[in-house]
Design a protein. Sequence first.
Length: 508
Amino acid sequence: MISLLEPIKFENFIEIENVPIQWLPFIQLYDPYLTQFPIVYIHLIKDNTRVYGFPQFFSVKQSGKFFTMNISFLSNVDLSKNSSLKDAIKSELEKRIGIKDKIDLNTLIRCCNNNKKYENFVKDLWKYVSKTYGGFLPYVVMNEVYSIVRFLTALASPSGRKSEMQMLYDFISFYGEEVEIQESWNHFKFYLIPTYDEVLNRKLDDFPKFNSLVQSMEKFAKMFYTGTIKFGAKSMKILKEGLPSKDEEWRKLTSKLVSNGKITDNDKANLDFLVDAFNRFPLRAICFIGTIYNTNSSNDFRKWTKKDFIQVYTEEDTKGFSPKAVGCFLQQGFGNFDAIPIDIWVKTFYQKVFDIKDDKEFLNTFSEIGKLERLIWLVSQGRKINLGIFYDILWCIKFGTPDDELRGSNPLSCYECKLRATCIGYNSVKDRLVFVQEIKELPVRDYACNFVVGTQNKVPKIVFEKRKDKWVLIDEYSGYIIHNQKTSFVGKKVKVEEFIKDLPAFSR
């Protein structure tokens, strides 16, 4: 096998064809705050040869609605002399760009498992998405171990992507082996961490810093990860009790363990430094310890089935382990189409648009849900920033009040949406009753209905929803963009569908 620290000294050119032109703004090789640190990381072992490197730039040649990327890939191996290795690197680059497992409308329809109501909605939504992404959605897959670190940085991230990328860089530079970069490319910094197989089999001799960390983490985990959960033929160790949530409390614990002879000074340094790498937040370090400790013969993450994922995600007590982070790295690091993270945007979408009650029902309703989640996430982010193409759809998944109350399907958010004909969420409320009156205050009586719409000079402005025995303001933002659309139902109680039909067609 080629020596681990063989320098990066070869420039290879690799072509990737048929990339939609709409994808160009989404392809990032660097983060603007970490310009020397390539974020498209590749490391694999094939035919007993270790290959690693990164793309430094690419040029494009457009052909109709697509373009060809000519990528300058810097590596430790001259790929021009080994077509098998070059093909393997090309395949990895196609994963990083998202073209290898790209998603089209037929893919999404298959995810719906022949459920026509979901199929019809996805077809309707696709008319908007296709214009933005060129008929295909990217399905990006990154290096497995790299992805574990990447997605654990997102746990309670203090400032979003910026702090996550800083933590990723800190971890990789602290625990990776720095590789010399020769020629005119030595302004870059590249650090190598072990492959997933090397972590799984604990063959870490070529990675002294990472190996030392793993040994310290295992010593720590054996003391605290004493619970067990079983799923299928697999099992994992979990915490029975919580661990410190603050940096100073963590250091007190590791100091106590040193004084009791449970760990060495080197172990303490490793464990404390791990917290530092994750921006001094023990929860991220704890979940990293739990993840690596559970990467073993009893649990190979590459072998997780849909049933395994659903059980762990929805039913198990997983202290010291983050199911959400696991959903991220299984989907986007291991290429598992049956795993997803369910964040606020996904939960809001399936509850408000699909009218699905909980995580378990959502996960069981669709197949290859990881591909469907890419649609939901991309649409949600576009809707979040009021992207022009999405402006007239899916107001229900946005916050409707300063208190972060979700609008949901209601008489105003649905009125402003052009997806009503196929929307499951709208269909669930269209026959509910709404009372219309000239108010801006909280309703004071029952009204025997589900919604109250408050108007100003007959123009709808706000929405209250009846929840158990009280009225809750759910939408005072939708009314900002309604100016001249007057209702004739002031003082009356009608169905939501009748109320919407009575208003003039909505336009900005």
